[in-house]
Design a protein around this ligand. Structure first.
Ligand SMILES: [Zn+2]
Length: 203
């Protein structure tokens, strides 16, 4: 999943999910351009939250519909907070990222904010891998969140591997979705750093 600059995200939506940790929670603003089925979004959210939870990272979701902005809560129109990331579900990849499952801006210091995930490419991989759509949505979302919080590096196995084949999808699903221990530690440290920046900014 390659990375490209993303300059501006417009967001609308609904608050859902909650953190179960006393550590700072990651806030995920999910901007839906494809009107994802409620059941698929709920499964995606649960898979991603459970995997982040295993890494010691709580998560709070803000669901934002692009096609039905009138139903969105005011939170979707508010400025982003430092512990917040934006995951935008787009109909398909474009340009040089046309075949990618997702793209994100991924600074080395883990201060990334914006990611796109591509519905058509995710649907295609789900069909080829003969697995359910939310599983591939979750893998892609976790991968891009991993980039946002840890930078652009890829690893040979697990969620942060660079090249996704049907076989690799099956392997990751068979072993359960999880970040490796050193990745989990980095996620927690970098998220805490964002929260501390937030506190300093408020004082
Ligand atoms: Zn990647």
């Amino acid at each position: 999943m390659r990375r490209a600059p993303i300059l501006l995200i417009l967001a609308y939506g609904q608050l859902s999910g909650q953190s179960t940790s006393t550590e700072p929670a990651l806030q995920i603003r999910f901007c839906d351009e494809v009107a994802l089925a409620d059941v698929d979004f709920a499964r995606l959210r649960d898979l991603v939250s459970a995997t982040l939870g295993k890494a010691g990272v709580g998560s709070v979701w803000l669901y934002c519909s692009v096609s039905n902005p009138g139903a969105n809560p005011v939170g979707c129109r508010e400025a982003l907070k430092p512990p917040e990331v934006v995951v935008r579900l787009r109909p398909q990849g474009q340009g040089r990222h046309a075949q990618a499952l997702g793209v994100s801006v991924a600074p080395k210091d883990g201060t990334g904010v914006h990611a796109h995930i591509h519905f058509a490419q995710i649907q295609n991989l789900a069909a080829r891998a003969r697995t359910d759509l939310p599983a591939i949505l979750a893998i892609t979302t976790l991968h891009e969140i991993g980039h946002l919080l840890m930078g652009p590096a890829h690893y040979p196995a697990g969620i942060m591997q660079s090249h996704w084949t049907e076989g690799r999808v099956a392997e990751v699903i068979r072993h359960g979705l999880f970040f490796q221990e050193f990745q989990s530690r980095t996620l927690r440290v970098n998220l805490a750093a964002r929260a501390s920046r937030c506190v300093r900014g408020a004082n």
